[in-house]
Design a binder for this molecule. Structure first.
Ligand code: NAG
Ligand code: NAG
Ligand code: NAG
Ligand code: NAG
Length: 963
């Protein structure tokens, strides 16, 4: 009955009626009166004599079955009166043709009054009493119908130049009927809402032949593509199915294209009636979707691909906006279906007159190797393999750290995206969420859990799980995970503090898996996140420092390795960027017997802009770190470790240019060398990429120093010669001497030369004629206390004295609790000789009491208070074994003086104190001449001996003490 053929006939008839007898002077848009007047076509049969001769109102005239033309800019009226009962069933065709030029290009119909029978939304036949149908010339007949009572005017814009409105009423006299419309002819130029302005035309796609509204869109990257409902911006026809296929063919290399469709503007999104969800404000923009889209509702289906077999991203059937729907690949199919029956969609006066909808299209390009999209058509699995922490050159994975964004395309319902982080052995995985959001756009019945029935994931619309290997670390249902959202504020120039434990997740092993599940798809229940990941290499080279020393994890010792590389640790948690403040790493290289350590520092960096300068120590010629007083410490230092707990500096680096020209090489004098890397007050950007060093070490064969350089005893003498003359001197070169006092004893050193300031300025260097030095260290850890410019040994005026600091009651309690020590280092930079004498000394009780400020009974001249072997010029007691042993020990030589060492003197010491002095005086005067003679011989002999010893180089004279 409602067939196309009837329509075509009607149309042709109408056409003929309208053109049967054109008055010569009337245009096509005018009715020629018999009297020669021309009147508008809508004046025909309107109940008024417009011609003046009633020729426009013939008997039984009807507005039906006629074709109407008009002029652009004019509005025409038309009313179809309710047919008398006798004329039922009633059929009326009204054809409108836009005839081009000033007769317009498209037709606009405005149904001001529309009452055509009843509309039964649930019925099989929605329009039981009658209906209106619209058909366009050149478009297939859709068969959809309007009926019922429209509460306001509704507009229709033709797609082609000719549209026919057919009104049919069945034989039910009770059914209401009212039908009045206005029509206009619009030129294409004016129709900018549909076609865009001439300057920026809209791409609406080409209608596929034989279809009403199926269109293809290609290359929307450069064009402004719009998916418009048919007959946009008016009401769309009933019972249409449109398939809009979107395709982006051109994709730049290394890019991946996705297609996004959306409409945020409420005035461009009208599908059927606006919805009212109970209890919801206008501010909540609810959508109808999925199960809500029953047969009578017009709906849109978004396919994730080019065909209807592809997964459905969203099924949408109402709401005043459309959230962004994004396809995974460069193709998307959008299907639109309108129901066969409806009341005309009217626009309430308060709203925009536009009906139907228009969707914006956007092409999204992402990097083809990015994680922003699922690389597999079905499923959503990502593998993030770490790159090899050692192989910087080979790019086999995703690097060691980066940012990850949840898929930028929409996910179909019941999708789980799995991100598998795979580290190398010894890697941990650290992830922190910069942002996490999920938003329920669907309300009430069609909300998440109701959508797919009893989903496997309970009642969660969005689920987030984090697995540490096989252990579930986190399980969140519609709730955000631990967030580190302050990092969202960071950018290229602004850094934020590191994420703490409670703001991030750290695996215990090399693998971590993140699962993000969406129950009703992310198009209509957006859920997204942004996270940072990092593979943390927790390896350390070497072995852990012996546990008894209770040191941090960055104290490493290399014992058995003969050759190797050392780097800073690459564990970010030890650096500022991982939340640490200070880094203190110590690497000790221990060689075996007859081995030495050779260390080559190849490069080092101490932050972006270190203020410290690597200088040269004026005494030793070694590199030293000159720290700016207020700046933080970041340095690499190398230490000789001749004995446990005794370290002597061998060099220090603290600026980034120190190693530019050549690496720095250290060869140990002892069997152990230590490398210290310190960075204090690290800032939040610093890590092993700007605080680092690289060194190589190797154990080389070399005979050990054959003598003991650690001295304990009453006293002795050390001699230095440059260049070394004996094999032992050569083998022990660079190794310091260590002198240690026994409990309650102090140390004294006598040498010859001049003390220099510890920090030698350039101009002060000339004060010393030689570049050689004797450096005297004291304390634990040893510090240089004296820098001596050495002179010829034995020259009285150049004698210098050094006491251990507690002798003067100095030094803090801690150092005083341990027996004092001296470390003596011979810095040999040119040929020369030097010597020093050392003594273990103690105070006579009297001076001790004096020092302690105990009142002393002066009358009590008790020898008990004194000691028998006392160097008067030092006011110090020395060991009896040194007394009269033919070597001067007191600086003045008092211990070897005739007065002390005359043959009788020993005897006399046993005499009572009162007579001692008298007896000694007598003896002395008696033996004066003899004394002088013997002394002269003795001095001569000693000089000779000294000369000989100088030639033999440094060695301990009193070998009995060296035990
Ligand atoms: C219009 O034409 C159809 C035939 O095409 C006819 O059935 C119908 O009665 C006509 N309507 C009027 C009102 O004349
Ligand atoms: C409606 O809006 C008001 C403020 O405009 C707000 O206080 C209220 O909570 C809203 N109600 C609902 C159900 O969203
Ligand atoms: C990650 O590594 C595994 C083997 O460990 C390999 O099978 C997989 O292909 C790698 N994935 C990627 C994306 O490189
Ligand atoms: C969701 O997907 C899983 C596997 O992908 C399937 O086993 C399950 O049945 C699906 N659930 C629903 C409700 O479709």
């Amino acid at each position: 009955m409602r067939s196309l053929s009837t329509w075509t006939v009607c149309f042709l008839l109408g056409y003929l009626v309208g053109t049967v007898s054109p008055g010569p002077a009337c245009r096509i848009s005018e009715f020629p009166c018999h009297n020669g007047h021309c009147i508008r076509l809508d004046r025909y049969c309107d109940g008024t004599d417009n011609c003046g001769d009633k020729s426009d109102e013939p008997m039984f005239c009807t507005v039906c079955n006629r074709t109407y033309y008009g002029d652009v800019g004019k509005t025409y009226d038309l009313q179809v009166n309710k047919p008398p009962e006798t004329r039922l069933p009633f059929l009326c065709h009204l054809t409108f043709t836009a005839n081009g030029q000033n007769h317009g290009d498209i037709v606009q119909l405005i149904f001001d009054e529309f009452k055509v029978g009843r509309y039964e939304s649930q019925g099989l036949d929605g329009c039981p009493d009658g209906y209106m149908q619209l058909s366009e010339l050149g478009r297939p007949f859709t068969g959809g119908s309007w009926c019922g009572v429209s509460s306001g005017p509704a507009a229709y814009y033709s797609e082609t130049a000719t549209v026919t409105a057919s009104v049919k009423l069945f034989a039910n006299p009770q059914s209401p009927f009212q039908f009045r419309l206005r029509f206009r002819f619009v030129s294409r130029r004016e129709a900018i809402v549909r076609f865009g302005s001439p300057a920026s035309p809209l791409e609406r796609g080409q209608v596929a032949p034989g279809t009403y509204c199926t269109r293809q869109f290609e290359e929307c990257y450069r064009k402004t593509c719009k998916l418009q409902s048919p007959n946009y911006p008016g009401m769309y026809p009933r019972n249409v199915s449109c398939y809009w296929s979107l395709r982006q063919k051109f994709v730049p290399t290394c890019k991946h294209a996705m297609i996004a469709v959306r409409q945020e503007a409420p005035h461009k999104m009208h599908m059927k009636r606006s919805i009212n969800v109970l209890g919801l404000n206008k501010t909540v923009r609810a959508l109808r979707a999925w199960r809500d889209c029953t047969g009578e509702r017009d709906h849109l289906i978004f396919y994730d691909g080019g065909s209807t077999n592809d997964p459905v991203l969203a099924k949408y059937c109402g709401g005043d906006w459309l959230p962004r729907v994004v396809s995974r690949g460069p193709e998307m199919l959008v299907a639109f279906h309108s129901s066969p029956f409806s009341i005309p969609l009217h626009s309430p006066p308060s709203q925009s007159p536009l009906r139907g909808f228009e969707l914006d299209v956007e092409i999204v390009f992402v990097d083809s190797d990015s994680l922003d999209f699922s690389h597999e058509a079905a499923g959503c699995n990502f593998e993030l393999n770490a790159t090899d922490p050692d192989g910087d050159e080979v790019w086999t994975g995703r690097g060691r750290r980066g940012e990850l964004l949840s898929t930028r395309h929409s996910l179909p319902p019941n999708t789980t995206c799995t991100y598998s982080f795979k580290g190398f052995p010894n890697d941990l995985v650290w992830i922190s969420f910069v942002s996490y959001s999920q938003r329920a756009l669907l309300v009430g019945e069609n909300a998440a859990h109701a959508l797919l029935g009893n989903g496997t994931s309970g009642n969660c619309a969005t689920k987030l799980r984090v697995w540490d290997g096989k252990v579930l670390l986190e399980d969140k249902c519609d709730e955000p995970p631990r967030l580190c959202d302050h990092t969202a504020l960071s950018n290229a120039t602004r850094f934020t503090r590191p994420c703490s434990d409670s703001e991030s997740y750290i695996s215990t092993g090399r693998n971590l898996v993140l699962q993000h599940h969406t129950e009703d798809g992310t198009a209509l229940h957006p859920a997204s996140f942004r996270l940072r990941y990092e593979f943390v290499d927790v390896r350390f080279e070497g072995e852990l420092w012996p546990s008894r020393e209770k040191k941090g994890p960055c104290y490493r010792v290399f014992r058995k390795q003969h050759v190797g590389d050392v780097f800073v640790p690459r564990n970010v948690f030890l650096y500022g960027r991982g939340g640490a403040r200070n880094l203190n790493c110590v690497y000790r290289f221990e060689a075996g017997p007859s081995e030495r350590v050779r260390l080559i520092v190849n490069n080092a960096s101490f932050g972006l802009d270190p203020t410290c300068v690597t200088g040269i120590d004026g005494h030793s010629g070694r590199s030293v770190c000159d720290h700016h007083p207020d700046s933080r410490i970041a340095e690499l230092s190398v230490w000789e470790v001749p004995w446990r707990d005794i370290k002597l500096p061998r060099g220090c680096l603290c600026d980034n240019s120190s190693l530019v020209s050549k690496p720095m090489v250290f060869l140990s004098s002892s069997r152990a060398l230590e490398l210290h890397f310190v960075a204090n007050d690290m800032n939040i950007t610093e890590d092993f990429t700007n605080l680092y060093f690289h060194a190589t070490f190797e154990l080389i064969r070399m005979v050990d120093c054959p003598r003991k350089q650690k001295l304990l005893g009453d006293g002795g003498e050390i001699r230095f010669t440059s260049p070394p003359e004996q094999r032992s001197d050569l083998l022990c070169a660079g190794l310091p001497w260590m002198i240690e006092a026994r409990a309650n004893k102090s140390l004294f050193i006598l040498s010859w030369g001049a003390f220099l300031p510890l920090k030698l300025r350039q101009d002060e260097a000339t004060r010393c004629p030689t570049q050689n030095r004797i450096l005297i260290y004291s304390g634990r850890p040893p510090k240089v206390v004296k820098a001596l410019c050495p002179a010829e040994p034995g020259s009285r005026p150049l004698a210098v004295h050094v006491f251990s600091e507690e002798w003067w009651g100095e030094g803090d309690l801690h150092t005083r609790l341990k027996p004092p020590n001296f470390l003596i280092e011979w810095v040999s930079r040119e040929s020369g000789i030097a010597a020093l004498h050392w003594l273990e000394i103690s105070r006579p009780r009297s001076s001790l009491l004096q020092q302690l400020q105990v009142p002393l009974n002066t009358s009590q001249n008790d020898t008990e208070l004194e000691c028998p072997y006392r160097c008067p010029e030092l006011d110090a007691c020395i060991s009896s074994s040194l007394w009269c042993d033919s070597k001067d020990h007191c600086p003045s030589g008092y211990d070897e003086s005739e007065a002390q060492c005359g043959s009788a003197s020993k005897l006399l010491t046993s005499l009572p104190g009162a007579t001692l002095a008298v007896a000694a005086a007598i003896l002395c005067s008696l033996l004066f001449l003899a004394c002088v003679a013997i002394h002269k011989i003795r001095v001569k002999r000693r000089r000779k001996l000294a000369k000989k010893k100088m030639l033999t180089g440094p060695r301990l004279l009193d070998s009995s003490l060296n035990s």
